[in-house]
Design a binder for this molecule. Structure first.
Ligand code: GLN
Length: 446
């Protein structure tokens, strides 16, 4: 087969991909299961009154902790990547990360404030070790010229969303209907299964890891032989400036998008009718809607870009569309919030479903583009660093989202959601205006 290395052909296959992809897929699926299962409950648990088993925090305090926590999870990807590069290697970093995450969830399964905070901190550290590096392992499964690489990452993205989809269906009802701590415990059980599966699947990722170690050694040897210049060329600087510009827009996007677990979760819990065909359901089930849409729509988007051929929008244009859709989603919620708050009635679940549909369109425009664009724009010797920097935009976005959610009780909701919509739509508009100059700076990168 063209473009396939001999090693890849010799390896066992999984749907036409190296078998190791399945190992990474299920590791990340369970990790995301634990992350989103716990996240679905987190803010609701913090603001629930003591007689309902909650921590009775104010919404402001809960949102602030939520913001710091989700910010921390993504910020830790930077040191997490470093640890893998310099200390532990990819395999052991993911393994250690998974164990620390599971331990964190089990700490939260124990009802006490110290174990609650210790659990959150553990999950932050563990996810920093696991998340960037399991993606790194996916990268090692394919040789540089393997045409299946992008498809492999798309399959992997499905694993992420499969975990995110299933988790609220299990941890949500357990936590909300039975006991919060059972929900957290279930998240820990999921991560444990992921770790076991990862260890058992080690042999499938071993060939890729070996190739990666060899490449790294060659690179280091070449660096020594050539010596490297520390300064960047003007073209490199221009491309780095594009990353800096898009960093800002990416942060705004995630700032709106990541409110799914905070403001939108509270909106579902307090202001949405939780009934379907006469059956009541827990509010956390809404957390499954968005990942389900990703699973449904990512093949459609992939086909769409393919069909568009050379008319496929450039990366900055796709970023603009990402912001546009997320802005539109919050705009849609303005009348929904107005009906709920001004008339004091619970609104139809269709409002939130519409919101999550639009957000999915936004995610599919922006998220797959972001990281791959950084790999293309960054000077090769600082790709790792730049990827870390880009993770920071998600991290800051999460903090921003938590900050917005902190106004949930203090601000009329139509105004709050209107402000989020206004900011992201304005950002989309500005970005569309900037596409031409940005593409000039990119100098040939699409
Ligand atoms: N839902 C995806 C994930 O959990 C993307 C979210 C993100 O990167 N902020 O990986």
């Amino acid at each position: 087969m063209p473009g396939m290395s001999n090693i890849a052909v010799a390896e066992k296959q999984w749907f036409g991909h190296p078998r190791g992809l399945a190992t990474c897929f299920f590791t990340e699926m369970w990790e995301r299961f634990s992350y989103y299962g716990m996240r679905a409950l987190l803010i609701l648990y913090m603001v629930a009154p003591v007689d309902k088993g909650g921590l009775a925090f104010s919404t402001e305090k809960g949102a602030s902790i939520y913001g710091w926590y989700t910010m921390g999870v993504y910020a830790m990807s930077v040191p997490g990547g470093w640890v893998a590069d310099k200390l532990l290697g990819l395999y052991r970093s993911v393994l250690l990360g998974g164990i620390i995450i599971a331990a964190g969830h089990f700490m939260m399964a124990y009802p006490s404030l110290p174990t609650f905070y210790a659990g959150l901190i553990s999950i932050v550290i563990g996810t920093g070790l696991l998340k960037p590096n399991v993606s790194g392992i996916v990268g090692t499964l394919y040789s540089k010229d393997d045409v299946r690489r992008d498809a492999g990452f798309s399959v992997f993205y499905m694993g992420i969303n499969l975990g995110a989809f299933i988790a609220p269906l299990i941890c949500g009802p357990l936590g909300q209907r039975v006991n919060w701590h059972y929900g957290f415990g279930a998240a820990g059980v999921g991560m444990t299964l992921g770790v076991i599966q990862y260890v058992l699947g080690k042999k499938h990722i071993a060939p890729g890891l070996a190739r990666h170690e060899k490449d790294e050694a060659n690179e280091r040897a070449a660096e020594r032989a050539e010596g490297r210049s520390s300064s960047f060329t003007p073209q490199e600087w221009r491309r780095i400036s594009v990353i800096a510009i898009l960093f800002f827009f990416s942060m705004l996007f995630w700032g709106a998008f990541e409110q799914a677990g905070s403001s939108l979760n509270l909106f579902a819990d307090r202001l949405t009718r939780l009934n379907f065909l006469g059956h009541s359901f827990p509010s956390t089930l809404f957390q499954s809607v968005q990942p389900l849409f990703v699973i449904i729509f990512s093949p459609i988007f992939a086909l769409l870009w393919l069909r568009m051929g050379r008319h496929e929008p450039s990366s900055p244009t796709k970023f603009g569309f990402g912001l546009f859709f997320v802005g539109l989603s919050f705009l849609l919620l303005v009348p929904g919030a107005a009906i709920a708050q001004q008339q004091g009635i619970k609104v139809s679940p269709m409002w939130l479903i519409g919101v999550y549909l639009l957000q999915t369109f936004g995610e599919l425009c922006l998220s797959p583009v972001g990281l791959s664009m950084v790999t293309k724009l960054a000077p090769p010797r600082i790709v790792g660093l730049m990827l870390g920097v880009f993770f920071l935009s998600i991290s800051f976005g999460n903090k921003l989202g938590g900050y917005c959610a902190g106004f949930f009780d203090r601000f009329p909701l139509p105004k709050l959601f209107g402000a989020v919509a206004g900011t992201t739509l304005a950002a989309a508009f500005i970005l569309f205006l900037l596409v031409k100059p940005i593409r000039k700076l990119m100098g040939g990168v699409h």
